[in-house]
Design a protein around this ligand. Structure first.
Ligand code: NAD
Ligand code: TDX
Length: 338
């Protein structure tokens, strides 16, 4: 089987390629990535010499490049996206371009190449926000209600993927997954930002009252979920994927990391809240469990600890990422407060 992985130099794409080549060594993987600020080939040194792996630099909005790389592909796994909510608030245009237009360009090419499966990697954020203290959850039946430019652009891409299934018969599947954590996550996202700031002796910024809730999933469990959908998922279906944390809020996570790292809670700095900050996410993943037998295998406390250890052991990786253009983003985003 020949896979085209878009966005394979980012956080989840990297973990997916490493996972796939070790679990399906007979397959070949083409990684197509623009290498934006979030794409980093240093993530993939462990596989770069593997003859089953090939990297092609390119933009999913570039129809010619996408058409060329699609040649002979059996399965597309589409991760490439602008993925950070805060950046979408600073500037929405790249989100619409890559997430909506880029997805449509890929869908056209996949249709033309008659691929056996187009798997679209999406997010639980398309469903909007839940109230704190309620038992409500997101499921495959939840109506779309995106509230940030990021989630609106991901919702747009989900609709296009389903439209190509219904209109043209493209064999698609979609996963809507909750917040991932683990190795190679770009340190603009909460968990790696907190760990790396603490190593650097900086304050850690907590938005608003810190009581917002996310449904955290270790990245390898997300890769396993996509694997399950590719092998046994039903074409045209959507599967919600979520973690094992029960309403754990941001401040609790920050305090856990501070304690794991032997630091002091005086490192916490409450800063201005994110505009339109979604309050709570919680995913009901019973469909993928009942239909495909998937469930998370990595518990939060153990794998948060291992994630902290990974960032400690890979300081040159994140120090390199945090240099250069990252500094400009950090200053704009946090306005000198941390
Ligand atoms: P990331 O920002 O770490 O990586 C994105 C990758 O896409 C980068 O390598 C970047 O270079 C590449 N890319 C961006 N624009 C491109 C373009 N125009 N053409 C080609 N490549 C391009 O993102 P991530 O956290 O790994 O997320 C991957 C996917 O999973 C995204 O679609 C995201 O919406 C989805 N998702 C993420 C999470 C999460 O918690 N991180 C949860 C659910 C779903
Ligand atoms: O400095 C911060 N302080 C803070 O309090 C940052 C960066 C975040 N936060 C809060 C905002 C959220 O409530 O932490 C929570 C998690 O924030 P992010 O790591 O930015 O993730 P989130 O906005 O929830 O979105 C993530 O999960 C769903 C990914 O970035 C998306 O790509 C994915 O679709």
């Amino acid at each position: 089987m020949k896979l085209l992985v878009t966005g394979g130099a980012g956080f989840i794409g990297t973990n997916f390629i490493i996972y796939w080549l070790s679990h399906h060594p007979e397959d070949t993987v083409v990684n197509f990535d623009k290498l934006t600020y979030a794409g980093n080939l240093n993530n993939l040194t462990s596989v770069e010499k593997n003859p089953q792996y090939r990297f092609v630099q390119g933009d999913i909005c570039d129809a010619k490049a996408v058409g060329a790389v699609m040649d002979g592909i059996d399965i597309v796994v589409h991760f490439a996206a602008e993925s950070h909510v805060d950046r979408s608030i600073l500037e929405a245009a790249p989100f619409v371009m890559t997430n909506v237009v880029g997805t449509q360009v890929l869908l056209d090419a996949a249709l033309k190449a008659k691929v056996r499966r187009f798997h679209h990697v999406s997010t639980d954020e398309v469903f909007g926000s839940l109230e704190l203290g309620t038992p409500d959850t997101f499921s495959e039946r939840t109506l779309y209600n995106p509230r940030s430019p990021y989630s609106a652009s991901k919702a747009g891409s989900d609709h296009l993927v389903r439209a190509y299934y219904h209109t043209f018969g493209l064999p698609v599947t979609i996963t809507n997954c909750s917040n991932n954590y683990g190795p190679y996550q770009f340190p603009e996202k909460l968990i790696p930002l907190v760990i790396t700031n603490l190593v650097e002796g900086k304050k850690v910024p907590v938005y608003g009252d810190g009581l917002n809730v996310r449904d955290w999933l270790y990245v390898e469990d997300h890769c396993r979920a996509i694997d399950a959908v590719l092998s046994d998922g039903k074409v045209g279906e959507t599967y919600c994927v979520g973690g094992t944390t029960e309403d754990i809020n941001n401040i609790t996570i920050v305090k856990k990391i501070i304690s794991l790292m032997g630091k002091d809670e005086s490192s916490i700095e409450f800063v201005k809240d994110r505009l339109g900050h979604d309050r709570r996410y919680a995913v009901d993943w019973s469909k993928i469990k009942n239909d495909l037998g998937w469930k998370p295998q990595h518990d939060f406390d153990t794998w948060l600890t291992r994630t902290v250890e990974w960032y400690r052991a890979n300081e040159p990786w994140w120090r390199d990422v945090k240099s250069g253009a990252y500094q400009t983003y950090y200053t704009t985003q946090y306005q000198g407060t941390v």
